[in-house]
Design a binder for this molecule. Sequence first.
Ligand SMILES: Cc1cc2nc3c(=O)[nH]c(=O)nc-3n(C[C@H](O)[C@H](O)[C@H](O)COP(=O)(O)OP(=O)(O)OC[C@H]3O[C@@H](n4cnc5c(N)ncnc54)[C@H](O)[C@@H]3O)c2cc1C
Length: 321
Amino acid sequence: MATIRFEGQDYSCAEDEVLLDSLARQGAVLPSACKAGACQTCLTRALKGKPTPVSQQGLKDTLAAQGYFLACLCKPVEDMEIGLASVLSEYSVPLMRKELLNESIIRLRVEKPEGFSYRAGQFVNVRRSDGLSRSYSLASIPSDSYLELHIKRVAEGEMTTWLFDEVAEGDMLSFSGPAGDCFYLAGDLERPLLLAGAGTGLAPLLGIMRDALEQGHRGPIHLFHASLATSGLYLIDELNALAKQHAQLKYTPCVLHGDAPIGGMQGNIIDLPAQVLGTLSGYRIYLCGDPPIVSGLRQKSFMAGAAMQDIYSDPFVFSST
Ligand SMILES: Cc1cc2nc3c(=O)[nH]c(=O)nc-3n(C[C@H](O)[C@H](O)[C@H](O)COP(=O)(O)OP(=O)(O)OC[C@H]3O[C@@H](n4cnc5c(N)ncnc54)[C@H](O)[C@@H]3O)c2cc1C
């Protein structure tokens, strides 16, 4: 049993309990969203005592060295004093544009706040006034004057129902961020890139792809975007237009059911990239969206010759609150 000191109070944490849950059980609620180590909303700082290695996995070396850790993954092994992290800045900006991209996906564009610096492909945590918080990936690139989000309606989903049915153009939207390390790394402009995902997994992939093109990437860029059926695909015309403008870009829309879309394929997205490209040795790979699809693609990419350290992914883990 470890003792955790937080804001002048002592809390006990049982051996098998994560710090986030033990504090909440005793009435001290830390900000959190996914509770699975993905969104980094519960990033916390150890002022005394050492966080467990698991709770620092995936954090930037610079953050880990400063004692930052994820409270949703930390089962303390010693007494600790902790403080809230102030790494993710908070913003509140007007919603400039809200439009339907297909029957279940909306595009939101908000003003880019002054001083907001991010890498294309990172995500923000949108926060409602009652504290409800969910992560959404940025589909825009830093040179855009706006931030763009693609949001899929989830049946009875708290945040998506609010965003779809209540939030209107002109309303203020609050968020913190940016977070995440799934972004384009300049420096190897000839390297082949594979970008693959389903549904709104396209949002970060679009940002990463536009960023690579803007930074002068010359190697092939293969974008595979999947949906169950053609009606679930979106931005098809824009993506085809981009592929026409940039010879190195190949866009392949994919569906699991029904006829293949024009210029696209029918089949399981998990199998298609390796099937089309053969070996993925030497590729830098970005996988985003539905967690089982991301995990399946990761496995298939590795089996097709990709190195694990060249695979960047952002699984859209559901929040458990
Ligand atoms: C790093 C990260 C980036 C993300 N980026 C995006 C993004 O760009 N666009 C986007 O649309 N979403 C994204 N998500 C998912 C998003 O954060 C929310 O989980 C999602 O919008 C549902 O929130 P909600 O409050 O409406 O649903 P909740 O109230 O949290 O869930 C309601 C019910 O639906 C289930 N559920 C939740 N999500 C799904 C789903 N997708 N499919 C099926 N069942 C579900 C839950 O388990 C629950 O039973 C991202 C998640 C992470 C961690």
